[in-house]
Design a binder for this molecule. Structure first.
Ligand SMILES: [Zn+2]
Length: 161
């Protein structure tokens, strides 16, 4: 899986969507997946351009991260609301294997990064996505707004051992 940051006006021919809404993530209990095919969903055209966060180069498949509005009618005709629902994102993370954990975490981080950098923090103008930098940029001299890396270390101290 190759990490990427690209904006696409349309989904590529092979695409998977990771869909968030109000801090929750869409999950299919039957298929046990967080990744959805755009063909199964109602039109998401109003959310274009779409942020692609990763590419599986082996099968030429792109992964997208999308935040949909509350009460939006995204379920396609064959999607069963009894089996597919938005679930708590933080709880979800603890059940994922390592590769899915990385993918879903990346989707969440980049979706928030995109949402919080729509406007330039220096001059206030609307940013424009710079494809060479893979980041929102502004016509003023401010630097492009790259995703922020926030490393942390968690330790546990055992007395007498
Ligand atoms: Zn600016």
């Amino acid at each position: 899986m190759e990490p990427i940051r690209q904006l696409h006006d349309n989904f590529q021919s092979q695409s998977k969507l990771i869909i968030f809404c109000d801090g929750k993530i869409l999950y299919d209990h039957d298929q046990k997946t967080y990744c959805f095919d755009p063909k199964d969903l109602n039109s998401l055209e109003s959310y274009s351009p779409f942020l692609s966060i990763a590419k599986d180069t082996l099968v030429d498949q792109y992964y997208y991260s999308i935040e949909v509005e509350r009460n939006s009618d995204i379920f396609g005709i064959f999607m069963d609301p009894a089996k597919i629902e938005f679930t708590d994102f933080r709880t979800t993370l603890s059940f994922l294997d390592s590769s899915n954990f990385q993918l879903i975490s990346r989707a969440s981080i980049l979706m928030n990064w995109r949402a919080t950098n729509k406007f330039c923090s220096s001059c206030g103008k609307q940013t424009i996505f710079n494809p060479k930098e893979g980041a929102p940029d502004c016509e003023c001299l401010a630097h492009p707004k790259y995703p922020v890396i926030s490393p942390c270390i968690i330790t546990h101290y055992y007395p007498n051992s």
